[in-house]
Ligand binder design. Structure first.
Ligand code: BES
Ligand code: ZN
Ligand code: ZN
Length: 475
């Protein structure tokens, strides 16, 4: 989508562009007004005074969705002045508003059409936005940056939406390589042989039930010297549950179980594209979790890369197994901070509903920072505890740790059990660590006003974090 910034007034807009106007009518009250050869799409915003950052993001998506619903391909808007897009929002600078607008306009214009036949009239998408006003260089820059971010979110959605048969661990590794073309990002992939040599027993254990070879991909963008920020993304390209096979309902959409890896890939790509002066590494352990003849059995014991033994009390808690090895692997980079991103538990979704990912960390400063960036970016997160009291539940009976708690408490606080399991490995990192359970935001819900399927969470939060972490971080 082209966003063209034009100096001056919307009145000068050429023919063929539908004008967007904002009214204080209730949200959802939209109408098209035709007069004197011009067409105006009026969008109900509700009381302008009640608009805030959160609502503004949705408003930008509404503009695109309403245009699309009416088959409109070219729109024009006024950035400042009467009927303006850039509202006066308390605590939101104009540059921030411009960036948010561009991000959300791009996100709303995305649909996953790759496997569909193109209709004769073309895809239903807005092709051009003419934005009138006076744009300082900093606003123009913010707008372009917002577009890049929106596109990265959409690229993440493409990877996550791709069906499991077309996105195996090998193909995910290939996708990471392709995504960095022309950018200063180094990509290395370890195969089964290398992982065996290293002793990544947890990744290999999960992979055993599938004919697809596991991969472990390392991406490095060195925009500056110094300790790296390490992102570890869950890359389960299809989660059948393994021998603890999922139900028909549960197995649906499990090709998106590599959403954490997809977000990590496109956050690194974006950091490089934006030329951020940061050192960022993504670790992408990737497997297909299948119930084949060689599959890991409930009760089997795996030896992880850390040396800790893991009792596989359930084969469907596979994400934490592969991430355990990734967290141990992260140690070799002497990171300044490690964040793992995973569609780890349905329990996180049960706990938080549809509007926030779960954040778990033992580091209060990091929790505050991530919460703040979540709010600013639109990838909202909410903290769950990782207190010592919960540690008992991840102790193994016959091994050092167990991947699922057994007994009557097994159904209580399942998202925390996942986080607590990962903490057993993260505690050896000697740097701040956070776990983002993005299962609640794996797919969009209607109120997100995004296309069905992958939501592209939390690319916006991660890029915000990569950009600002060192500023707030004292070391
Ligand atoms: N990938 C799933 C979690 C998931 C479910 C993500 C639905 C997104 C939507 C994960 O591997 C899993 O199966 N978790 C189990 C954990 C349980 C066995 C302790 C779950 O949530 O039921
Ligand atoms: Zn699972
Ligand atoms: Zn899974």
């Amino acid at each position: 989508m082209k966003i063209i910034l034009k100096k001056g007034d919307l009145k000068n807009a050429p023919k063929g562009y539908v004008r967007i106007n904002f009214t204080e009518e209730a949200k959802g009250k939209n109408r098209i007004v035709k007069e004197k050869g011009t067409e105006t799409l009026e969008i109900g915003v509700g009381k302008f005074a009640e608009l805030n950052r959160r609502k503004f993001m949705i408003l930008c998506r509404t503009i695109i969705n309403t245009a699309k619903a009416n088959g409109i391909k070219k729109i024009t808007m006024q950035a400042g002045g009467v009927g303006k897009l850039f509202k006066d929002l308390k605590g939101v600078a104009l540059e921030e508003l411009a960036q948010l607008a561009a991000e959300n306009l791009e996100m709303a214009n995305f649909e996953f059409n790759f496997f569909k036949t193109k209709p004769e009239e073309g895809w239903n998408a807005v092709e051009e936005i003419l934005l009138y006003g006076t744009f300082s260089p900093s606003i123009e820059k913010a707008m372009r940056k917002g577009q890049e971010i929106g596109k990265a979110v959409n690229a993440c959605r493409v990877l996550a939406n791709t069906p499991g048969g077309d996105m195996t661990p090998t193909l995910l590794a290939k996708a990471a390589k392709e995504a960095v073309k022309g950018l200063p990002v180094r990509v290395t992939t370890l195969g089964e042989k290398e992982m065996k040599k290293l002793g990544m027993g947890a990744v290999l254990g999960v992979a055993k039930g599938s004919t697809e070879e596991p991969t472990f991909t390392i991406m490095e963008y060195k925009g500056s010297a110094g300790k790296p920020i390490v992102l570890a993304g869950k890359g389960v390209t299809f989660d059948s549950g393994g021998l603890n096979l999922k139900s028909s309902n549960g197995i649906y959409e499990m090709h998106m179980d590599m959403s954490g890896a997809a977000a990590a890939i496109h956050s690194v790509v974006l950091a490089a594209r934006l030329k951020l002066k940061k050192h960022v590494i993504a670790l992408l352990p990737s497997v297909e979790n299948m119930p084949g003849n060689n599959a890991v059995r409930p009760g089997d014991i795996l030896k992880s890369l850390s040396g800790k033994t893991i009792e596989v009390t359930g084969t469907d808690a596979e994400g934490r197994l592969i991430l355990a090895d990734a967290l141990t692997y992260a140690k070799r980079f002497k990171p300044s901070v490690v964040i793992d991103i995973a569609t780890l538990t349905g329990a996180a979704h049960v706990a938080l509903g549809d509007h926030a990912s779960a954040l778990m960390t033992r580091d209060d400063a990091l929790a505050d920072e991530l919460s703040l960036y979540g709010e600013a970016s639109g990838d909202y997160v909410w903290r769950l505890p990782l207190w010592d009291e919960y540690e008992e539940k991840v102790k193994g009976t016959f091994a050092d740790v167990a991947n699922i708690a057994l007994g009557p408490a097994s159904r209580h606080g399942g998202a925390i059990d996942g986080g607590m399991f990962l903490w057993q490995f993260a505690k050896e990192l000697n740097c701040p660590w956070a776990h983002l359970d993005i299962a609640p935001k794996m797919t969009s819900v209607p109120s997100d006003e995004l296309a069905k399927g992958a939501a592209g969470t939390p690319v916006r939060l991660l890029i915000h974090f990569i950009e600002h972490y060192a500023v707030l971080n004292k070391d």
